[in-house]
Ligand binder design. Structure first.
Ligand code: NAD
Length: 479
C-alpha cells in the first residue's frame, strides 16, 4: 500500500480478484520532484502466467453474459470513475507529471466516457442480414478470449481504458500491463471495477518492467489479442513474441506529424495550433512537431508563435495555472536533450528554449523551437517526444505535401489554410491516420483512430475496436 496525495493505492498485482505481491519491487518516482512515490510489485513470467490463467478461467462465463449485462457493468465502472475523479486526477498528476487541470477537466472525464461510449455502442452493434438466393447470412460478433493490453506512460489511464472498455464490452477478459513509470491509476481502476461488480478474473492488472512481464504475456499461447500503445522498437519486440502463436495485434505507435501553415491561413489560429503542440510537455503521440510554413508568411507566423509561447507558464503541474509540466523521467529528459544538443551541434538554431529549465531544475525542459536543421537530420526524422518543435519553410503546395509525407511515420497531420479547396486537395494526399484542418485534437470516439506506416497497425475506435476485439462469424442458413 502507498498513500499518494491522500489516496491509498495498492501496489500489488490484481489477479483473479485478489491482490498479489511479488518477491521483488521497483520504485515508482514522481516526475514533479523525482521523489519516490511507492514500491511497486515487480512482476515476471509467474505473474503473467497467473493473470492469463485467471482471465482464461473467467472467460467462459463473462463471454456468455448478455450485452445488456456487460453494458450495465461498464456504466457502473464509469460511475465509479466519476465518483473518484478527483482522486484519480491527483494520483495521475503525481505519477506522470501531466497537468492537474487537464486530468480534472479533460482526461478523467474521458476515462469515464471510454466506458460509457463502448457500453452504448455495444448495444447498437450489428449488421443487416444478407440474402443469398434465399439463404440468410447472419454476422455475429463473438468474444475472442483473453486480451493482453500494454500501455505507455504519457496518458496512462486514458490509454488503458481506451483498450479495456471495448475489450470488456466485446465479452473478452483482460490482462492489463501499465507502464512501469506510471503504475498507479491502473491499480485504482482494478479497485473501481471490483466495486462496480465486475466478476473476478475479468480484469487483471500486472505490474512490472516491459520485457520481464510484458514479454511472457505477449508470448502466451492462450492470449487471443494483443493491443499495444507505445514505441516502434517495443512494437517490434511484441510482434516477434506474438508471431509463433499468430496472435492478432493492434499497434498504436509513435509519430512525427507535420503542421502545415499556408499563406492563406489565419496566422493567429495557426500560431495557437502550433503552441498547442507543447501540451503534456510535448509528450503526445499525435503532436505536430514539424512546423512547415509557406515562405512568404514564415516571419509573421514565427513572430506570433513566439509571442504566444512566451506566455506559457512552466512549473508544478499540481498548480491549476501551470501550462507546461515536467518530463516523465530523468532518462527521458536526457534523451530529449540529446536530440536538441545534437541538432544544435549540427547547425540548427534555437528560436525558443533549447535546453532544460535551469530556473526550475528537476525534469523541466524549456519549450523549444529549432530552425535551420539540414534536410534528413535526425531532429526532423526521429520522434523526440518532448516539448521540441522544428520550423521549415516551403514554397509550393506540392513541396508542402512532399515534406509532410517525408517520414517513416503516419499518425496525424494538421493543416492551417483559409482555402477549403486546398484543404481537401492536401488532406487527400497526406499519409496519416488523422488529418485536422484548422483545428487540433478534436476526437470523436466513433471515428477510426490509428496510424499509417510505422505509426501503427490497424485502427481502433467505434466499430473498429469491436472488429479487433471480436471474432466475427458469418452463419449462412438455408431457406
Ligand atoms: P514503450 O514502448 O517504451 O513502452 C510502452 C509499454 O510497453 C510499457 O508498458 C512497457 O513496459 C511495455 N514494454 C516494453 N518492452 C516490452 C516488451 N518487450 N514486451 C512487452 N511489453 C513491453 O513506450 P513509452 O515510452 O511508454 O511511450 C511512448 C511511446 O508511445 C511514444 O513512441 C509515443 O508516440 C507512443 N504513443 C502512441 C500513442 C498512439 O495512440 N499512437 C499514444 C501514446 C503514446
Amino acid at each position: 500500500m502507498a498513500t499518494i496525495a491522500g489516496v491509498t493505492v495498492d501496489t500489488g498485482h490484481w489477479i483473479g480478484g485478489e491482490r498479489v505481491g511479488s518477491g521483488e519491487a521497483f520504485t515508482d518516482v514522481s516526475p514533479i520532484d523525482e521523489r519516490p512515490l511507492a514500491e511497486i510489485a515487480r512482476g515476471g513470467a509467474r505473474e503473467a502466467e497467473a493473470a492469463v490463467a485467471a482471465a482464461a478461467k473467467a472467460f467462459p462465463a463473462w463471454s456468455r453474459t448478455t450485452r445488456e449485462e456487460r453494458a450495465r457493468l461498464l456504466h457502473a465502472v464509469a460511475d465509479g470513475v466519476d465518483k473518484r475523479l478527483e482522486e484519480l486526477a491527483r494520483v495521475e498528476t503525481h505519477d506522470n507529471g501531466a497537468l492537474i487541470r487537464s486530468h480534472r477537466r479533460g482526461v478523467m472525464p474521458r476515462v469515464a466516457h471510454n466506458f460509457r461510449f463502448f457500453a452504448d455502442r455495444l448495444l447498437d452493434l450489428g449488421h443487416d442480414d444478407l440474402d443469398t438466393r434465399g439463404h440468410t447470412n447472419h454476422v455475429s460478433w463473438d468474444p475472442a478470449g483473453v486480451c493482453a493490453l500494454i500501455t505507455p506512460w504519457n496518458a496512462p489511464l486514458m490509454l488503458a481504458t481506451w483498450k479495456v472498455a471495448p475489450a470488456l464490452a466485446a465479452g473478452d477478459t483482460v490482462v492489463l500491463k501499465p507502464a512501469e513509470w506510471t503504475p498507479l491509476t491502473a491499480s485504482l481502476l482494478a479497485d473501481i471495477a471490483a466495486e462496480a461488480g465486475l466478476p473476478d478474473g475479468v480484469l487483471n492488472v500486472v505490474q512490472g518492467y516491459g520485457a520481464e512481464v510484458g514479454g511472457p504475456l505477449t508470448a502466451h499461447p492462450d492470449v487471443r489479442r494483443i493491443s499495444f500503445t507505445g514505441s516502434v522498437p517495443t512494437a517490434r519486440a511484441i510482434a516477434a513474441s506474438a508471431a509463433p502463436n499468430l496472435t492478432p495485434l493492434s499497434l498504436e505507435l509513435g509519430g512525427k506529424s507535420p503542421l502545415l501553415v499556408f499563406a492563406d491561413a489565419d496566422l493567429d489560429l495557426a500560431a495557437d495550433l502550433a503552441v498547442e503542440q507543447y501540451d503534456n510537455a510535448g509528450q503526445v503521440c499525435l503532436a505536430a512537431t514539424r512546423l512547415l510554413v509557406e515562405s512568404p508568411v514564415a516571419d509573421a507566423f514565427t513572430e506570433r508563435f513566439l509571442a504566444k509561447a512566451a506566455r506559457l507558464r512552466q512549473g508544478d503541474p499540481r498548480n491549476e495555472a501551470t501550462d507546461l509540466g515536467p518530463q516523465i523521467h530523468r532518462r527521458h529528459l536526457e534523451r530529449v536533450d540529446g536530440f536538441v544538443r545534437r541538432a544544435r551541434e549540427n547547425g540548427a538554431r534555437a528560436l525558443l528554449g533549447g535546453g532544460p529549465n535551469d530556473d526550475l531544475g528537476g525534469l523541466y525542459y524549456r519549450p523549444t523551437l529549432l530552425t535551420g536543421a539540414a534536410p534528413g537530420a535526425e531532429i526532423l526524422t526521429e520522434e523526440v517526444f518532448g516539448p521540441v518543435l522544428t520550423l521549415q519553410t516551403f514554397d509550393t503546395e506540392d513541396q508542402a505535401v512532399e515534406m509532410a509525407n517525408d517520414t517513416r511515420f503516419g499518425l496525424a497531420a494538421t493543416l492551417a489554410t483559409g482555402d477549403p479547396g486546398r484543404a481537401a486537395r492536401v488532406s487527400a494526399r497526406l499519409v496519416a491516420g488523422t488529418v485536422w484542418v484548422n483545428c487540433f485534437f478534436v476526437r470523436d470516439l466513433r471515428a477510426p483512430f490509428g496510424g499509417s506506416r510505422q505509426s501503427g497497425v490497424g485502427r481502433e475506435g467505434g466499430d473498429w475496436s469491436f472488429d479487433f476485439y471480436c471474432d466475427l462469424k458469418n452463419t449462412v442458413t438455408a431457406p
